[in-house]
Design a protein around this ligand. Structure first.
Ligand code: TRP
Length: 527
């Protein structure tokens, strides 16, 4: 058996762009702008920034550190770091079993069975269950994320071939609805195209594949985004859109909005799914984890803000009103772009959907890569067969979504099964996957990851890995920094064991983040 040596990113830029590529996705462009507009604009942005810095960044540091310490996929990484069978894992198993009983009491047998399975995994594997759970989640997410990618590919094609000439939102909505409902075969072909592009990005490996593609695609994404923004904000009447997006209206900010900001912070940074552990496992030992994470977070937030500026000014200037989720992108925007005077609507729509394609592709590549890394590590398979196998598996799973995006009725047998077993009366396979993964599994795996880093592996040991390459920032004394005594020779001589950046991180991951994440989770359950 030939020895498979582990690759590394070529340097900081490659890693930052690839990780930013995973983070910047559909969430930034179609979800963030809209929830911002609904929750008090600028006021929500401030809360969101707070969430990113207090919870998103610390969790990202944990994940990259876990990956780089072990040089393994999420499952292998958790397994390697848990020294002995942990009682805490058994307790979590017990807690999940209670959840399963509770759910079966309310008729959600399917969810109860899933939760019960997760509980058994914990009792059996300890914290390695977290790694396994996040990998499964990543694959499920990819199977529907790629279908959205397929729709976007379709809209790029339509834009450039003159197929998006709608002046009314209703017209666009009808076309989109028919497409989802009646053309599953077409979507399936586009899914294959999208998945092939995704697999093509990673088949050549970390450096020659993901990294090289990200270095071209990420700058292109920002250029396209800025071009669309310039067109939008220079239209007469664009100010109203900027107002909707950014005017800080604290009266519209509710507790629900704050929790939404928290949940979205994790989703947007691609945390809780083992992706960042996987990417971190290819990071070299002398890289500064702290400053790279700051860069990733900054680029992700920038993309979210630019996304809003690319959408709302144009929508308001064309006298349309914004919509939520898919409707905003596939119905409102085509009508908006087509209405822009000057006959160049196709160009703006094309640029926008191309930009979305890039955002979706780089995220999909990250998801696929986590499955591929797992297979390569655990079964000692080479990259090419691992990529091909995962690619085929996910594409097949994706077909299920293609045939049931609008309604279960396209899958008659499964329809009854799901209705009875999961007790889900509305929605589709697509909705089920989306809800299950982003509302349930994500906060849970995030919670277990911080608990693991803070208590099981332990903040002290995790901190030792984190400090390699970033000692300067980690040992910065926050009290001196904030109070203006930074670099004061008097304080420099005193033993500085006060609140430093790394001890603050320890406090956040041990106490603050677990409590807050549990809180989001309870909120989701209560809904
Ligand atoms: N962060 C992505 C977005 O904003 C979505 C996402 C969540 C994701 N988890 C992920 C992407 C894991 C890739 C990998 O749209």
């Amino acid at each position: 058996m030939p020895k498979i040596t582990r690759e590394h990113w070529s340097g900081k830029l490659g890693f930052v762009l690839a990780a930013a590529g995973s983070a910047i996705g559909l969430g930034n462009i179609w979800k963030f702008p809209y929830i911002t507009g609904m929750n008090g604009g600028g006021a929500f942005v401030l809360v969101y920034l707070g969430c990113i810095l207090l919870f998103g960044l610390p969790l990202m540091l944990c994940e990259i550190t876990i990956g780089r310490k072990t040089l393994k996929n999420p499952y292998g990484a958790f397994k390697a770091l848990q020294l002995k069978r942990s009682r805490t894992a058994d307790l979590i198993g017990l807690f999940l079993m209670f959840g399963a009983v509770f759910l079966s009491g309310s008729g959600h047998y399917g969810f109860a069975a899933l939760l019960f399975g997760a509980a058994l995994l914990f009792v059996w594997l300890g914290f390695a269950a977290v790694g396994l759970l996040s990998l499964i989640t990543a694959m499920l997410i990819l199977s529907y994320y790629a279908v959205v990618g397929a729709w976007i590919v379709d809209y790029v094609y339509r834009a450039f071939t003159g197929g998006l000439h709608f002046t009314q939102v209703a017209e666009a909505a009808q076309v989109f609805g028919n497409y989802l409902d009646r053309e599953p075969g077409r979507i399936a072909i586009e899914l294959i195209i999208f998945m092939t592009l995704t697999a093509g990005m990673i088949i050549f490996g970390i450096r020659k594949g993901i990294e090289r593609c990200s270095k071209i695609l990420m700058p292109l994404l920002f250029i396209l985004l800025i071009a669309v923004i310039i067109r939008g904000v220079t239209l007469p009447g664009a100010g109203a859109g900027i107002g909707f997006f950014l005017y800080p209206d604290f009266s519209k900010l509710s507790v629900g909005g704050v929790l939404e900001a928290l949940g979205h912070a994790f989703y947007s940074l691609s945390l809780g799914m083992g992706i960042t552990i996987t990417y971190g496992s290819y990071l070299s030992k002398n890289e500064n984890i702290f400053s790279t994470s700051l860069w990733i977070v900054a680029l992700d937030t920038l993309a979210a803000l630019l996304g809003g500026l690319a959408i709302f000014p144009a929508v308001f200037a064309m006298q349309l009103s914004p919509d939520a989720g898919p409707g905003l992108i596939f119905n409102v925007l085509p009508a908006t772009f087509y209405r822009i005077p000057g006959q160049l609507g196709w160009l703006w729509a094309g640029a926008f959907f191309l930009m979305m394609t890039i955002a979706a592709l780089t995220s999909a590549a990250a998801l696929l890569e986590s499955g591929v890394t797992f297979i390569m590590d655990q079964f000692k398979v080479r990259r090419v067969p691992a990529v091909i196998g995962t690619y085929i598996g996910i594409t097949l799973l994706g077909f299920l979504t293609c045939y049931s995006t609008n309604h279960w009725r396209n899958l008659p047998g499964i329809d009854n099964f799901v209705q009875n077993v999961f007790n889900v009366r509305t929605g589709s396979w697509f909705d089920l996957l989306d809800k299950l993964t982003s509302n349930w599994i994500l906060p849970l795996t995030g919670l277990f990851t911080v608990i693991f880093a803070g208590w099981i592996w332990g903040a002290r040991k995790a901190g030792r890995e984190l400090r390699r390459g970033s000692q300067g920032i980690c040992d910065e004394n926050i009290v001196e920094l904030i109070s203006g005594f930074h670099k004061d020779p008097h304080y420099m001589n005193s033993p500085s064991s006060g609140l430093t950046v790394i001890t603050l991180w320890g406090i956040l991951i041990r106490y603050v983040a677990p409590v807050i994440i549990l809180f989001i989770f309870l909120q989701v359950i209560a809904k």
